[in-house]
Design a protein around this ligand. Structure first.
Ligand code: FE2
Length: 378
């Protein structure tokens, strides 16, 4: 691990003073998908409950959209009725994927104007949305590929999501899986574009770089990638940016870019306070995770030392572990969540460590390569 701007990677102090464009936290993540109604069933198996709906029955003649919630995590899945809609075109090109990374701000208009002054490309100027539950403010700027950053202020809004959406009751009971908040969201960008987007997050949104992993660290026999992690002022939002690096074969980042037809969100990592129970629940629900070889578990106690969890449970469930100066973390990755080998999810539990599991990158990438080879893409 190489820290470009601090003596120890991941330990650069997180201070409010860096927060020159004040962004508070993640508000929601919106996926544009081929069939939102069926996506709701998928997310319910991860413990997400549908809480709001917009569609024909609510007077929305353009798209069907469902809001799914678990603790502080809010996902929105949306599909269009019209084949000529921008949403349909997005799905045709990219498959299902993340359209909007929505962040909560105190003042949408000030934030939007400030980011434009700093070089952002505005897509949707600040607008007010009103109904009986109050007023919600929102605006959008362009991010990598066709992904947008959306600013949201819901401090004067009481409804289930935003005007146009109604509360939704569902016939099925959804048992939460213990997922609490979004820990980080990773973007894949083209070869040679990582530094552009690192600079963009710094210049436009006031984020700062907290870690840099170069291709000497993140590589296998066949492929490599580089990654830099950007964080907002209060440190709650972390966006690693990956680009492929030269390798003997096609890297997983190139596979993503080929199938997503451009840059986009690679994975969303969600925090749990008890990864053993979360992963057990998700496996029971049929969620598929990547597996690393048994040899990984033979070496693990020697590498990580004493932990609160049982190594037997960890090996049985296929969970990965990593340790640094501050503590350790436990993590696991799902298989892609749609047909194309693009977006996947990570479940992470932090026990002191603020890292991203660099010690697991090699084992993890080798297991991704086995799957890539199976797809005929290595
Ligand atoms: Fe991650």
């Amino acid at each position: 691990m190489i820290a470009t701007d601090s003596p120890k990677a991941g330990t650069r102090p997180i201070t409010e003073e860096d927060d020159s464009v004040k962004i508070n936290s993640m508000d929601h993540v919106e996926f544009w998908v081929g069939n939102a109604k069926q996506a709701v069933f998928f997310w319910s198996h991860l413990g997400f409950k549908p809480v709001a709906y917009s569609g024909l029955e609510t007077g929305n003649r353009r798209y069907a959209s469902y809001v799914l919630q678990q603790n502080k995590i809010r996902f929105v899945v949306t599909s269009a009725y019209d084949p000529h809609d921008e949403i349909s075109a997005h799905c045709m090109l990219h498959g299902d994927g993340v359209k909007a990374i929505a962040m909560s701000v105190d003042d949408v208009e000030a934030t939007y104007n400030e980011t434009l002054k700093r070089g952002a490309e505005g897509l949707k100027p600040p607008a007010e949305y009103r109904d009986d539950s109050g007023t919600l403010y929102s605006a959008e700027i362009k991010c990598y590929g066709q992904t947008v950053v959306r600013f949201v202020d819901r401090s004067r809004y009481d409804g289930p999501f935003m005007p146009g959406y109604v509360p939704m009751t569902w016939t099925k009971d959804v048992e939460p899986a213990g997922l609490e908040a979004i820990d980080h969201m990773v973007g894949n960008v083209e070869l040679g574009k990582m530094n552009y987007w690192v600079d963009w997050f710094h210049r436009v949104l006031g984020f700062r770089q907290i870690v840099h992993y170069d291709d000497k660290v993140i590589h296998t026999e066949y492929s490599a990638l580089m990654s830099k992690v950007m964080a907002n002022g209060n440190g709650r939002i972390k966006f690693p940016i990956n680009e492929p690096a030269e390798g003997r074969k096609k890297s997983q980042i190139e596979e993503y870019l080929d199938y997503y037809y451009g840059p986009g969100v690679q994975h969303v990592a969600m925090l749990t306070g008890d990864i053993i129970s979360t992963v057990r629940k998700l496996r029971d629900q049929g969620i598929e995770f990547l597996r690393v070889p048994q040899s990984y578990y033979d070496a693990l106690p020697g590498r990580i030392g004493e932990i609160n969890e049982s190594y037997k449970d960890i090996a049985e469930l296929g969970i990965l572990a990593d340790r640094d100066d501050e503590g350790y973390l436990l993590q696991i990755f799902t298989r892609p969540i749609q047909d194309r080998p693009t977006v996947f999810l990570e479940i992470i539990q932090r026990r002191g460590s603020r890292g991203f599991g660099v010690g697991n990158f090699k084992a993890l990438f080798e297991s991704i390569e086995i799957e890539q080879a199976r797809r005929g893409n290595l």
